[in-house]
Design a protein around this ligand. Structure first.
Ligand code: PGA
Length: 256
């Protein structure tokens, strides 16, 4: 089973729609068709920039794919300030990050909310990028496998084998996000194995062999190739370094 690489840029709450247009254009100049043959390249701008970035992608026939950073689980309704999966999918959004630690920690999203969102994204035909990861305290207490296993299991339970096989799950240790201290590639690969075992437990070996497991947390052009060299790691979820088109392109072209 060969899994296609997936490298996604999470722009978080950065870039106005005008800046986002420039960023996606610059990124596109730095990538060539061969890169897209090898890697699914995804950018996840803020909601306010999705339409602008989508317009550039369509007008310039770019192979960069559009992702969103968050979503609500209902299709419509009295949910002031929320954005539905249907709204995203009609905009051409293909990927949605679900359960990012900033959503869990700052906005109080628990595993139940994450599971609902994930199912709504799948039901709308988009691909979730489920983020799971432990805190430094949990790691120090030796609870990493248990924590990420439980997060993955709660979110993914109820999906069928086919849906599980099309999932992307990002292992994002919280202590590595935005800190400049990336996880050791062996540590990340071990966590990816734990996540793949959960997919296997829920959906069987074929689903587990097809699902893509990413690493996220202080990924940069200097460390990406060590992660991608691990058989268990199929890509990356990139925060800070994805804001700079030069750096993000260098991450996408990790083999160069
Ligand atoms: P970082 O963020 O690359 O800036 O550490 C990763 C993430 O939050 O997805």
């Amino acid at each position: 089973m060969t899994r296609r690489d997936l490298i996604a840029g999470n722009w978080k709450m950065n870039a106005t729609h005008l800046e986002a247009i420039q960023m996606v254009q610059k990124l596109s100049y730095r990538l060539d068709p061969a890169d897209h043959e090898r890697v699914d390249v995804v950018v996840c701008p803020a909601f306010t920039a999705l339409r602008s970035v989508q317009t550039v992608i369509e007008a310039d026939h770019l192979r960069i794919q559009l992702g969103a950073q968050n979503v609500h689980w209902e299709e419509s309704g009295p949910y002031t300030g929320e954005v539905s999966p249907l709204m995203l999918s009609r905009l051409g959004v293909r990927f949605v990050i679900v359960g990012h630690s900033e959503r869990r920690q700052v906005f109080g999203e628990d595993d139940t909310v994450v599971a609902r969102k994930l199912k709504a994204v799948v039901a709308t035909g988009m691909t979730p990028i489920l983020a799971v990861g432990e805190t430094l305290d949990q790691r120090d207490r030796g609870e990493t496998d248990e924590v990420i296993g439980a997060q993955a299991r709660t979110a993914l339970r109820g999906l069928d084998a086919d849906q599980l096989g099309r999932m992307a799950v990002a292992y994002e240790p919280i202590w590595a996000i935005g800190t400049g201290h990336n996880a050791d590639p062996d540590t990340a690969a071990a966590a990816a194995l734990v996540i793949r075992a959960v997919v296997s437990e829920l959906g069987g070996l074929e689903a587990a062999a097809a699902a893509r497991i990413l690493y996220g947390g202080s990924v940069n052009p200097g460390n990406i190739s060590a992660f991608m060299a691990k058989r268990e790691i199929d890509g990356a979820l990139v925060g800070g370094a994805s804001l700079d088109p030069d750096q993000f392109a260098a991450i996408v072209r990790y083999w160069v």
